[in-house]
Design a protein around this ligand. Structure first.
Ligand SMILES: *Cc1c(COP(=O)(O)O)cnc(C)c1O
Length: 384
């Protein structure tokens, strides 16, 4: 697990600590408060604008799971972004913000029955399915639900593949269409997910073509296609080069131009809207040289903010020290052996207890996936 950083891979998309520098100083004025995730809502709003301008005809629906902080949800809403949810609890975050339920997409393909009922009662209309069983389940609770079918698609070249868990395959799609027609269910849309932090632009081409093919099967089966949902996966700049949103948008537009049906077009960016807005600030609990290997123990790790290391997300770390860069093994504070976060990461040789380490672009799936394992706190989320 974790990622192997080498000297050549380690490059900084920003100047060190240019991010929210004055706010950091302010937070740290009275001393280090323990690990925290500093979110800059101006960056969140900027990414929403970038998305709107690259893909003006595609309505972004933020995947709440990436960062469910209310202040972030509000900032996105102020930029005209709507939402995608996986659970009743995520829906309950959105309703007090005044988000129109009919504009919230329940994209979890396999949902607890009570969550479907709660969403239906609140006015949610769109529900994802990827099996006959889920089609029947949603239909039994809400016969007039608008359903969209999650199809299997290529996740090759995505840092965090998602297609292993969800997505109907061609033979199943035929059966689902037949079941929908027999039930007179309103199966009206198709969705796919290219995989999170997708660096392979072809995945969108492949996904849209497959979705178009399935929508044509809808028409042939007597259903009325209304929705194409491009899912998430839009990548952010971390330690490795990634395609720009404008390059991805070009491919998406080319493919959409080939579709003649009048469709509502949405996407579900998660990481893209929030990752670069966040910096996880953590401190060195201890350092040591053990068997010729330099170890750095931080007060945040796999269980408290960096769980995405399991997929090899190439985080960028910064420090204010400027000693000679040498390879470090970097671990979190817990006593579990999975809590070794980086091996061979180049950082200054003079790091010492109490030094702060800044994890860049950590605004997605960090605090959202943190636990209190071994008693160590989750990073507090501070929003500026
Ligand atoms: C997680 C998820 C997303 C967001 O994915 P990102 O890679 O963060 O953009 C979108 N849609 C669904 C259904 C998801 O599960």
């Amino acid at each position: 697990m974790g990622c192997q950083n080498t000297a050549t891979e380690q490059h900084h998309p920003h100047q060190p600590l240019e991010f929210a520098h004055t706010s950091l100083l302010e937070v740290l004025r009275d001393g280090y408060p323990g690990p925290f995730l500093l979110m800059d809502s101006a960056v969140v709003r900027d990414r929403a604008r970038q998305f709107h301008s690259a893909l003006p005809n595609i309505a972004p629906h933020f995947a709440v799971k990436a960062n469910p902080d209310l202040r972030i949800l509000k900032a996105l809403r102020a930029e005209g972004v709507s939402f995608e949810i996986a659970s009743r609890q995520e829906l309950e975050l959105l309703l007090p913000l005044g988000v129109a339920p009919a504009d919230i997409f329940f994209s979890n393909p396999v949902k607890p029955r009570e969550h479907i009922a709660a969403a239906a009662a609140a006015g949610v209309e769109w529900f994802a399915i990827d099996s006959i069983e889920e089609l029947r389940k949603v239909h039994s609770i809400k016969p007039d639900a608008k359903l969209y079918l999650r199809i299997f698609t290529s996740n090759e070249g995505s840092v965090c593949p998602l297609s292993g868990k969800f997505g109907a395959h061609p033979a199943e799609i035929r059966d689902i269409l037949a079941a929908a027609t027999a039930l007179q269910a309103d199966l009206a849309g198709v969705t796919f997910h290219v995989g999170s932090q997708c660096t392979n632009i072809d995945n969108w081409r492949i996904g849209i073509r497959a979705a178009h093919d399935v929508l044509q099967q809808f028409s042939a089966a007597g259903l009325t296609p209304q929705l194409l949902d491009l899912g998430g996966g839009f990548p952010v700049r971390l330690g490795d080069p990634v395609p720009d949103i404008t390059d991805i948008a070009k491919v998406i537009r080319e493919e959409l131009d080939a579709i003649e049906m009048p469709l509502r077009l949405i996407a579900e960016p998660g990481r893209f809207l929030v990752a670069e807005a966040g910096c996880l600030v953590t401190s060195a609990v201890g350092t040591t040289l053990r068997n010729n290997e330099r170890w750095l123990y931080l007060d945040a790790g796999f269980y408290s903010g960096l769980m995405e290391l399991k997929d090899g997300i190439p985080y960028i770390l910064d420090t204010e020290r400027n000693g000679r860069p040498v390879p470090w093994t970097i671990a979190g504070p817990t006593c579990d052996s999975i809590d070794v976060c980086f091996k061979g990461y180049l950082l200054p040789d003079n790091l010492a207890e109490g030094d702060l380490i800044y994890v860049r672009s950590a605004g997605a799936y960090s605090s959202a996936c943190s636990t209190r394992f071994n008693g160590f706190p989750s990073p507090e989320v501070l929003v500026i």
